[in-house]
Write a protein that binds this ligand. Structure first.
Ligand code: DGL
Length: 262
């Protein structure tokens, strides 16, 4: 049984690479719904339905523990999947998201003001504010959407991405921590770090592997079901030369396949 990593596209490969570096023996299955990317500007109904289909497919591919690396899918679909879908359809499968682990890291170190930059759907869900204020109700949370940042990164236009970050950073200059709440943003974390040297930039590629390791340690009943052949499978719902190029950039020696069954 494998560890599954789901994202709306290929950005989640960065987190998968961190998982593999930290926990190389496990078997991994990556699924990116590149056909429906971006999720960030879709309705909640669509995001839920795409995410649910992806999770069903990943379960059919022997994933026993699935990490939804996509912040947008976590914001909109995780609660439904955990509370409604899994208990009835797949009680032995665990599905985790990225928001709570990220909020836990951002809220430590006596932070009082926390910024969040994310897609429109994630920002409008206010999931980060909700989870951060569960940890500390006194936290001041500022969530700002950056709808043009994912397309700039996807199009490999890092000059434009830098300009977008430049436009965003003044709003976060008084923050103690800034959460980069989207799978694509680790690719531009240095822009944020250079432009906001006094702010702790919370980037999910740097925290999720430790969180997964800790989860496996605390849940031997899940860990014991996972196999350790070191296999890796990478699938997307739509494979074209652009997706291949992006994948090669994010993950060395990747063999990407198009899924036929979804
Ligand atoms: N993967 C999405 C996220 O982390 C960003 C890309 C999209 O809009 O689908 O929120």
């Amino acid at each position: 049984m494998k560890i599954g990593v789901f994202d709306s596209g290929l950005g989640g490969l960065v987190i998968t690479q961190a998982f593999i570096n930290c926990l190389p023996d496990y078997d991994y299955f990556y699924y990116g719904d590149s056909k429906h990317l971006p999720y960030g500007d879709k309705t909640s109904g669509r995001i839920l339905s795409y995410t649910l289909n992806a999770i069903k497919y990943m379960i059919s591919c022997d994933c026993r523990l699935i990490i939804i690396a996509c912040n947008t899918a976590t914001s909109i679909a995780l609660r439904y999947i955990q509370q409604r879908f899994l208990p009835v359809e797949a009680p032995n499968v665990k599905v985790l998201g990225v928001v709570i682990p990220t909020a836990e890291v951002a809220a430590c170190d006596n932070a009082a003001n926390i910024g969040v930059v994310a897609t429109s759907a994630t920002v409008h869900s206010h999931i980060y504010r909700t989870e951060l204020q569960k940890i500390n109700p006194l936290l001041n949370v500022m969530e700002i959407a950056a709808p043009d940042l994912v397309p700039a990164i996807e199009n490999n236009n890092f000059k434009k991405a830098e300009l977008i970050v430049h436009r965003l950073v003044p709003s976060f200059s008084k923050c103690d921590s800034l959460i980069l709440g989207c799978t694509h943003y680790p690719l531009v974390k240095d822009f944020f770090r250079n432009m906001l040297p006094k702010v702790k930039i919370v980037s999910q590629d740097e925290l999720m592997a430790d969180k997964l390791k800790n989860y496996l340690y605390r849940h031997p009943e899940i860990e014991n079901t996972l196999t350790h052949y070191g296999s890796r499978n990478f699938e997307v719902s739509l494979l074209n030369s652009h997706a291949e190029k992006v994948a090669q950039k994010l993950f060395s020696k990747i063999e990407l396949k198009e899924s036929k069954s979804i």
